[in-house]
Design a binder for this molecule. Structure first.
Ligand code: SF4
Length: 160
């Protein structure tokens, strides 16, 4: 049972799970792939504003689950900036681009500032989060749906 709180460190919970991080990666990436497929039908426009990663400036918070955090930390390169207090993402470079693109979580993938797309985001988010939740529950990994900075606190590698 994984809902609610689970005090195991994420890394231990992940590697304890059947197949470890590799099996988890395959399943989470399949969810991301299917999300990309759904997005390709809607074709939201990305103007590369970098807004999605400047949380405080644009008044939003990036939430992600335990499985997504495990994949982000395992697969993303070292962050390029030190962790702040939640204002920005440490993987956004000075040009506003994501340096953790392959490993970025669902919340980054469903966010577009295209007004014509906005109405679709909640449904997509809910649908694919439910898939991730099912993976977490089946693999006995803590769900821990929390803001990015709560996951990263004290656990990010030094900026490269
Ligand atoms: S992981 Fe990438 S897309 Fe997501 S907030 Fe950070 S820089 Fe932006």
């Amino acid at each position: 049972m994984t809902s609610g709180h689970d005090d195991r460190p994420l890394s231990a919970a992940t590697t304890d799970a059947e197949g470890g991080i590799d099996a988890l990666r395959r399943e989470v990436r399949e969810v991301y792939r299917e999300l990309e497929e759904a997005l390709s039908v809607l074709a939201p426009r990305c103007s590369l504003s970098g807004r999605c990663c400047r949380f405080k400036e644009y008044d939003h918070t990036l939430f992600l689950s335990g499985p997504e955090a495990a994949i982000l930390l395992a697969d993303a390169p070292p962050p390029i900036r030190p962790l702040d207090d939640g204002e920005t993402c440490p993987w956004q470079d000075l040009q506003g681009r994501c340096q953790a693109r392959e490993a970025r979580p669902l919340g980054c993938r469903v966010y577009f500032c295209d007004p014509a797309y906005e109405v679709h985001a909640p449904e997509l988010s809910e649908r694919f989060l439910a898939r991730l939740r099912e993976i977490a529950d089946r693999r006995n990994i803590p769900w821990n749906y929390r803001p990015l900075h709560h996951h990263l606190g004290g656990s990010t590698p030094e900026p490269g």
